[in-house]
Structure formats: C-alpha cells, structure tokens
Ligand binder design. Structure first.
Ligand SMILES: Nc1nc2c(ncn2[C@@H]2O[C@H](COP(=O)(O)OP(=O)(O)O)[C@@H](O)[C@H]2O)c(=O)[nH]1
Ligand SMILES: [Mg+2]
Length: 356
C-alpha cells in the first residue's frame, strides 16, 4: 500500500492532486483543515494498493479506448440530432395560422435568439387556441422568485456558476441590498472560492465594511461548523468557486458536505451571451437537486436576451435576480417576471435603460 499526504488551498485542489497522483482507486484516510505558514489549507492523507492504474493514453489503442469510454461525444451527437429534428419542424410552423399580434410576438422572440424548441412550443400553444393572448401562452414558461428576505424558505444560499460570471459581485450586492432594506437581518457571507483567491478578499472586505459575519470554507469540517453555528444567522450566502475541467457541482457538493444540507438553495449565475453549446454544458455540469434559481448578470453587455427564456424552458428554474452593471451600487435587482418580459420585448434593462 502506498500512502501519501497532500496539501492544497482547498479541498477541490487537494482532491485533484490525489486523483492525478494516485488515481481513482485512492482511499481517503483523513481530510482536515490545517494551518501552514499562517494560512488555512486542506490536508488529505490518501492511500492506494500497489501501483495506481492509469489509462493507457500513450498508444493508439489506448487513445481509442479512452475516447470510446468518454460519453461527452455521444452527448454532443444527441444534442446535434435534437437540433436537426427541430430544424425539420420549423418549416411546419405556418405563420399564416397566427394572428398578426401573435406573429409579431414570435418574430420578436426569434430576434432575441429564443431557440426553436421554445418557439415551436409557443407556436403550438397559440395554434391550439386561436384567440389566445400571447402572454397567456408565455406566462407558464417563465417564473421569477425574487432574491429577498421572505421569498426563500432556506437559510443557506450558494452562488454557483462559471468563473467570471459574476457570482462574488452578485452575492455582495444582494447582501448589501438586504442589509440596507432590512438592517436587522443577521447575514453571514462565506467563501468556498479558493483559500487565497481575490474573490475571498473582496468578500471579506465587504463583510467587514457592512458589519456582516464572514466565514471561510476550506474543507467539509468548516461547512459542518458553519452549519452548527447557523442558528445565529438568518441567512448564509456562500460563494462557490467556478468549477474547472470535469468537476461538476454534485461531486463538489459531496466533497464539502453541502449536498447533505436540507436548508440550502443553489443559485446558478450566468450571462445571457454564452453560446448554446456552453449552456447545454452548464445545465449538465451544475445540475443538482438543490439548484433553485438562475441569476442573470451582465445584461448591460448582452445584445439579445432569449437565453433567459431558453434556460427557463430547459431547466424549469425561476429567475431570482438580474444584474446590469459592473459597479456594486444600483446594479442588481431581485427579479420579477415583468422585468424579463421587458428585456425580451423592449430590450429594457431593470433600471429602465434601453439596450441598443
Ligand atoms: N458589466 C457588468 N459587469 C459585471 C456584472 N456583474 C459582474 N460584473 C463584473 O464581472 C467581473 C467578474 O465578476 P465576479 O463577481 O468576480 O465573478 P465570479 O468569478 O463569478 O465570482 C467583475 O469585474 C465584475 O465587476 C454586470 O452585471 N455587468
Ligand atoms: Mg468569485
């Protein structure tokens, strides 16, 4: 048996080291938070029987075996097939069967890059009921649950999403908003985003400035501790790291014990201008039973907003907040359905500015 100790700034980084050096078969003997040079970090002791089995990627057959085991290719192919089925269906959408108002609404949505799946669904609803008001067909497709005290039963709120999407900024802005509107709310800001990253410092800074509690989550022990002491808080907002490579949210949550928390909602932070392939990847990467809403950021940098409706249709998740500027002040609002429809039909940002 080979045994080895690994240290890294976070559990994710330490587990990545274990995986790359000892392979998937490694057994974890211990996993705790330790202090190294005055900084907290994660220490894992892992062991493996004999030599770790590594995929043979250095021969032609090895590469082929590895490629065939990889399911990503199949997923991609399936999404292409779905796209082709939709392309075949589109000519069947006969606009002359719609009223002029219904037709204009569909044209607007198409201009905003609402995808064929959603357009076909709307078309079918409108065709089935000829006098159907456009909003009657659209209403069921989009729900908003505003990110504010009272809207959410859960105490813990984790902000997930790709790096740079706006997780840390949204968390701070929403926390400051809540603090301003309801000064007595006992808020705690927690970071699980890297032991030494910039986001962590920014969060700490604003927590201190706003007189809010601040905690760091480096291993599952830290989260367990935060959970134990959470009685003293009304709301705990957790900044998650952008997950790189093959790591997905479910794996990450298991690693830190967040998956066991019944009192936790995850909010996915996204920008409307990611590509379609990227959205499909994110839906897969961030799927989780705890996923509760989508926060849309960088609306001020987008030129179409169809992605908001596409995502609502594909995931069934409500929109909880809309962010429309780089600054920390006056740049985010808890979402309402009306705000989203204004974006889609009038390109009006939540603050009233019109996007060109
Ligand atoms: N223009 C614009 N910039 C934003 C918005 N939200 C965040 N940003 C900027 O995007 C960058 C990345 O944000 P950050 O919160 O650090 O992303 P994270 O990596 O997901 O935590 C920062 O420079 C933010 O100021 C927004 O709504 N509009
Ligand atoms: Mg961040």
């Amino acid at each position: 048996m080979r045994m080895k100790t690994f240290r890294a700034a976070t559990s994710t980084a330490a587990f990545a080291k274990v995986k790359s050096e000892l392979g998937d078969e490694a057994v974890i003997l211990s996993n705790k938070t330790v202090t190294e040079n005055g900084c907290k970090c994660c220490e894992i002791v892992a062991a493996v029987e004999g030599e770790p089995a590594r995929p043979r990627r250095n021969t032609r057959d090895g590469v082929m075996d590895a490629a065939l085991q990889d399911s990503v290719g199949w997923q991609r192919e399936w999404s292409q097939i779905k796209g082709q089925i939709m392309a075949l269906m589109k000519p069947q959408m006969d606009p002359s069967r719609l009223s002029p108002k219904q037709k204009i609404a569909l044209e607007y949505l198409e201009r905003e890059e609402v995808d064929e799946r959603v357009l076909t669904h709307i078309y079918c609803t409108l065709r089935e009921t000829p006098d159907c008001a456009v909003m009657t067909a659209l209403d069921p497709l989009l729900k908003a649950t505003p990110f504010k005290v009272g809207s959410w039963a859960n105490k813990f709120h984790a902000f997930a999403g790709p790096g740079g999407a706006g997780k840390t900024s949204s968390l701070i802005r929403l926390a400051l908003r809540i603090k301003k509107e309801r000064p007595r709310t006992r808020l705690c800001l927690a970071t699980a985003d890297g032991g030494r990253g910039k986001g962590r410092l920014v969060l700490k800074h604003y927590a201190e400035l706003g007189g809010l509690a601040f905690r760091e989550i480096i291993t599952r022990d830290d989260f367990a501790l935060l959970h134990q002491e959470s009685k003293q808080f009304d709301m705990v907002l957790i900044d998650l790291p952008g997950l790189s490579g093959a790591t997905n949210l479910e794996e990450w949550s298991c690693l830190y014990g967040l998956n066991e928390c019944r009192d936790l909602s995850v909010h996915l932070v996204l920008n409307p201008y990611y590509s379609r392939g990227q959205f499909e990847r994110f839906v897969d990467k961030y799927k989780s039973e705890q996923l509760a809403s989508v926060i849309w950021t960088k609306l001020d940098e987008a030129c179409t907003f169809g992605a908001i409706l596409n995502m609502a249709f594909a995931s069934g998740l409500p929109v909880s907040a809309l962010s429309y500027g780089p600054g920390l002040k006056n740049s985010i609002l808890p979402a309402s359905e009306e705000m989203v429809w204004r974006l889609l039909f009038m390109r009006t940002l939540p603050n009233g500015d019109i996007q060109p």
